[in-house]
Design a protein around this ligand. Structure first.
Ligand code: SF4
Length: 259
């Protein structure tokens, strides 16, 4: 079903007082089978995965396999997939960039984390979302400044409808839901990892720090780009073509080392 931006905005306001389950139910009735959930398979992902598995076990779950996850995350993904009977589809770096990343990818997260996130997360998700009409995400307003301004329903420039059913939840709501349904936590949760992404860009948080303080710590970066304007734009961010041209150069020192 196609909605205008105005209709979606009105529905979004109406959904501010609905439960996540009611919003997910609406999403499934409106868009199934042309919708997918994105999940990073960490502790805070579990309530959304549990809800969708109870409402529609056939729903597709996209997981970005960046190649840099903690092995505990991959094991947790397997556990949840098995226990909740999830239909998980792993997303990988687009083949056209794999040579580029083989050359530059190892430490690209240090030199240009935005580019690294674009190639390993944003671009594969943009490509996967072209196969559906709607996307259910698990973001919450209390997570980052950027997310504080999100809406429950959002219309992407390419017509994709993004649905954020947990937007009004707090960290406490996540914990209460986990307790109510006796759901498992990510193996690193008890070691201080409250928000978990790729291993090189994640650390445990310290007492008093915010939930996402361990993500890209020490860098001026709080989002991978999936939930920012980077996702809305087709094509790479500034810097990508510069690095790509260096990659193509036959005089690169890195290339000489391989000889
Ligand atoms: S989180 Fe770090 S390693 Fe993962 S894609 Fe982004 S910059 Fe690269």
């Amino acid at each position: 079903m196609a909605f205008t931006a105005e209709e979606l905005a009105a529905l979004s306001l109406e959904f501010e007082t609905k439960t996540p389950q009611e919003i997910i139910q609406w999403a499934i009735e409106t868009y199934s089978p042309n919708l997918a959930v994105s999940s990073s398979f960490q502790t805070q992902s579990v309530p959304l995965l549990h809800m969708v598995s109870r409402i529609d076990p056939e729903i597709l779950i996209f997981f970005l396999d960046t190649g840099y996850h903690f092995w505990e995350t991959l094991m947790f993904r397997e556990q949840l997939q098995r226990e909740l009977n999830l239909r998980v589809q792993n997303l990988y770096v687009d083949g056209m960039w794999s040579n580029f990343l083989r050359r530059f990818g190892k430490e690209l997260y240090k030199s240009d984390p935005d580019l690294c996130c674009y190639l390993r997360k944003v671009q594969p998700m943009q490509k996967a979302m072209k196969s559906v009409s709607a996307w259910i995400s698990g973001i919450r307003r209390d997570q980052t400044e950027n997310r504080a301004h999100a809406s429950i329903l959002e219309l992407e420039p390419n017509g994709l409808v993004k649905i954020n059913p947990l937007l009004n939840w707090s960290r406490q709501d996540v914990q209460s839901y986990m307790k109510e349904y006796n759901l498992p936590s990510h193996p690193l949760f008890d070691r201080g990892y409250r928000s978990i992404g790729c291993k090189p860009c994640t650390r445990a948080i310290l007492a008093g720090e915010s939930e996402r303080a361990g993500r890209w710590a020490g860098k001026d970066k709080t989002e991978c780009g999936l939930h920012t304007d980077m996702f809305k734009k087709e094509g790479p961010p500034p810097g990508l073509m510069t690095n790509f041209m260096l990659f193509k150069s036959p005089t690169l020192p890195e290339e000489k080392k391989d000889e």
